[in-house]
Design a protein. Sequence first.
Length: 266
Amino acid sequence: MNKIEILADALEYIECHLSEDIKTEDVAAACYCSKASLEKMFRCINRISVREYLIRRRMMLAAKTIFSAPKENLLDVALACGYSTNESFSRAFKSVWNCNPSEFRLNTRYSELYPRIYPPMRKGDTYSMHKNVDISELYDLFKQRKNCYFICCDVKHLMPINDISFKAGDLVILETLKRLERQAGADDIVFRIGGDEFTVLTNSEDIQYAEEVRERIKACNGETVSFEDKEIPVYLHTVIVKPKLERLGYDVLFEELHSVLEENKK
């Protein structure tokens, strides 16, 4: 079994056991490899540990439940995500969303900050360097809005921010999501397509509307996030596109959105 196959098995095992009290060694055992080997591979490809990824995915499940079922008891949400106490659950939730579950409940919309990761996509004899995230739940929406505009965005200069601290980088990613949600229309959808790349799927076939949303996003460039004693300015690169969605395959749409971003940064 090659490394990509092991990674695929690890990611699948995690998704199937999000509500259980699993640890890195459990994932490694399920993939028939050592904990050290799995951890090294996971960090190399995904830039985070197995435990960190597991926490992020659990907190996405928790956030989605809190948003879709606002009357759900928070302890029940915690138990469904593998946590036995409100305290440990709240601590994990705040580490991802930078707020408590009760504060998050006041949000008016939900976007998946850390979507499920899939192994790198094969391109000939190599693998794509883009982080391959799950946007499959949006396929029906893509079909309904096949003539609507996308606004693709990515964070400028994220690597120097990660050099300060990966926690600082996480805060910038969270700020990017919140910024896009604030500037997008009520019927627009914000989703993440990579490490520092997001897309706003508008509900409009009017290019002027897309331009107005883009200008609102650009107007926020330079606004800061606070990390310890630093104020870190956040700048986003943005481009408007209307992808050809006749062949709505995962790899087709995913690669096209990334290609548009790459081409317009040149």
